[in-house]
Design a protein around this ligand. Structure first.
Ligand code: FAD
Length: 468
């Protein structure tokens, strides 16, 4: 193996092949659930270097695990514990290659941090709307590889819908330049869409051309207190009817999710402390006066009809940011509380109230004292339906004893309602068993055929997504 390491050093520079010392930032996932061991962490600085690294690994029969910001939640971006995989970190590839204001596109390298792209678009007077709580450290390569969703999907779509073109290094070490900024290009199979959501199993995304949008004149954020999940869905229906494409965010948070935030981040103000369910709405409009008038009208009607018990509209940008901060602090508060069972589920919005009510009874009967942390992107039919150990019980013991049975109940109920067991986080290592069990044999057969055609030697992130 010394020869491979020497060749890698000669290719990317010795300083960018990390072999000894503490590599936990790369080898342990964000949730600290997966701990792998890499042969080396290799940090190429250009597409040509990525291609050379892939070719070298190929010659040595060594598999690769691409990694961006290592914020993924399904254990897909860390190596296994064999000590034989090369971890390919894209973190040095941070160049914004072009902003084309007339074409409303931005082309950037895969290691660009999402927040940096949002800022660059903003400085050009435009908007890159992909937005999630990990935006300060996740990368656009990782966002596309996992087809990330986030808080603006309702209006702008997920990562797939925000991407026009890709540059990819194939498992053979060739470079596919598909960096098109075209909205229309019907010239055969859509290779771009194949790589989006492929979680590093088909090739390495090295750059992307992304869709920008005009910046709305004003955005306005509000919190509304609802007495039930049915009332939240009724408010969503009303908000959609009244605000149409102006509605850019619609998030729900059950009381216990916000209680965890209060426990671990006690300085964050909670404007509606008594709410059983809290809804965060965001609206975009040409100017602030219109935004406020529209939002206040919708909330006024909802108060009158009894869907909403109380509401606050942010008075300033700082207040609006504080309301979003509350929502975005839930995963962090959960991480502070201890390891938990993460369920990132999608359902038709109409099926959500029935699911939430039935599941709470089922799971509490199965594990008395279980704590349900329910929050998420209700506007997209996407709930983070997370399960925390009963107060005072060991999280590790809870997972070991109950994870399989609880997940089976949750996913059976989700699938029976036409839902998905992974809405936006992907499959990685965590959900590969569910994929094998629950995806149709026809779909699995086509997925395996694609993997076999593009990566016949199984060098790209083996064991992830499709399993061994
Ligand atoms: P990594 O974690 O490094 O990798 C993720 C996967 O992509 C791995 O399989 C990896 O092998 C692959 N990969 C990474 N880079 C490349 C590349 N260049 N080429 C090929 N494959 C690659 N997700 C949502 O969808 N919506 C949310 O609202 C959301 N909120 C989150 C909040 C928090 C606090 C955290 C920690 C995570 C959240 N996530 C959310 C998870 C989300 O998937 C990631 O944050 C993000 O999309 C992953 O980007 P990353 O650069 O960290 O990728």
């Amino acid at each position: 193996m010394t020869t491979l390491l020497d060749a890698l050093r000669a290719t990317v520079g010795a300083a960018h092949v990390l072999h000894d010392g503490d590599l936990s930032a790369y080898e342990v996932d964000w949730r600290k659930r997966y701990r792998g061991r890499a042969l080396a962490v290799v940090r190429p600085g250009s597409t040509a270097e990525v291609a050379a690294v892939v070719r070298l690994c190929r010659e040595h029969g060594t598999s690769l695990v691409p990694q961006g910001g290592n914020t993924g939640l399904v254990g897909g971006g860390v190596p296994d514990d064999s000590g034989r995989q090369v971890l390919l970190s894209l973190g040095r590839m941070q160049r914004i290659r072009q902003i084309d204001a007339d074409n409303l596109t931005l082309t950037a390298e895969a290691g660009c941090v999402l927040q940096t792209l949002q800022q660059a678009a903003g400085e050009a007077g435009l908007l890159f709307p992909l937005s999630l709580a990990a935006e300060g450290s996740c990368t656009i390569g990782g966002n596309l590889a996992s087809n990330a969703g986030g808080t603006q999907v309702l209006r702008y779509g997920n990562a797939r819908e925000l991407c026009l073109g890709l540059e990819v290094v194939t498992p053979q070490g060739e470079v596919w330049d598909g960096l098109s900024g075209l909205r229309k290009d019907n010239t055969g199979y859509d290779l771009r869409d194949l790589f989006i959501g492929s979680e590093g199993t088909l090739g390495v995304i090295t750059a992307a051309t992304l869709k920008l949008h005009p910046r709305p004149g004003a955005t306005m954020t509000a919190l509304a207190a609802c007495g039930s999940i049915e009332a939240c869905v009724a408010l969503l229906r009303r908000a959609r009817q009244r605000l149409d494409a102006g509605l850019t965010g619609f998030e729900v948070m059950e009381r216990f999710a916000l209680d965890l935030v209060a426990k671990h981040f006690s300085t964050l103000p909670q404007p509606l402390p008594a709410a059983r369910w809290t809804v965060l709405l965001e609206l975009a409009a040409p100017d602030e006066a219109q935004a406020r008038a529209l939002l206040e009208a919708v909330l006024g009607e909802a108060l009158e009809s009894g869907e909403v018990d109380d509401a606050v509209v942010a008075e300033s940008l700082a207040q609006s940011q504080a309301l979003w901060h509350l929502r975005e602090s839930i995963p962090l508060a959960q991480a502070e509380e201890g390891l938990n069972i993460k369920n990132d589920i999608a359902l038709p919005v109409s099926a959500i109230p029935g699911f939430v009510t039935e599941m709470a009874d089922t799971l509490r009967a199965l594990v008395p004292g279980i704590r349900l942390v329910t929050f998420g992107h209700l506007g997209d039919g996407n709930l983070h339906y997370n399960l925390q150990a009963p107060q005072g019980e060991s999280a590790a013991a809870f997972l070991a004893q109950h994870e399989a049975a609880l997940n089976q109940r949750v996913y059976d109920a989700v699938m029976a309602r036409g839902g998905s067991f992974s809405a936006e986080h992907g499959i990685g290592a965590l959900k590969r068993g569910e994929l094998a069990r629950r995806k149709s044999p026809v779909a699995l057969g086509m997925m395996r055929a694609i993997k076999q055609a593009l990566d016949p030697d199984g060098l790209m992130n083996p064991g992830r997504l499709l399993g061994p």
